[in-house]
Write a protein that binds this ligand. Sequence first.
Ligand code: ADP
Ligand code: PXP
Length: 133
Amino acid sequence: MGDDGVMYAPKEVLPAYKEKIVPLADIILPNQWEAELLTDTTITTESDVLTTINLLHERGPHTVVLTSSNLSTDPNVLTGYASCVKDGKKTCVKMAVDKLDAMFIGAGDLFAALWIAWQDKHPDDLEVLKLLA
Ligand SMILES: Nc1ncnc2c1ncn2[C@@H]1O[C@H](COP(=O)(O)OP(=O)(O)O)[C@@H](O)[C@H]1O
Ligand code: PXP
């Protein structure tokens, strides 16, 4: 959808993402900014992360992965969060990635492709899946 305040799609389609596309999805992998935009929230704490992830689960997806956030206090670490709901039970893990000092276009797309493939192989195992980060 976008990065750092810039949407790749026209902003007019945002309501369709919120109301139509998210409810159709089983798995969504927004970065922090995308998650905030989809839920009209602002994330400044881990508690906010959980609130935002829950709002996204409530719309339908059983898996919500916040691929990156600005919550890490270590400049060399990128922090993400993954949450799955199965049979009414929610599991959430935190992912710490060694941050490279560069900007990668398409990292989110690549991460999503890998995550979806591996989640198909390890449907209930966030501890395995978080190793992708
Ligand atoms: N600077 C970076 N250093 C190391 N890994 C990165 C970096 N940027 C992205 N990644 C990896 O790619 C994944 C997706 O990146 P992210 O920036 O959250 O997606 P998007 O491109 O959608 O904003 C991250 O979870 C992380 O695993
Ligand atoms: C126009 C455009 N540029 C770049 C990207 C790459 O986005 P990201 O770096 O967030 O994966 C996308 C996402 O499909 C896109 O649609």
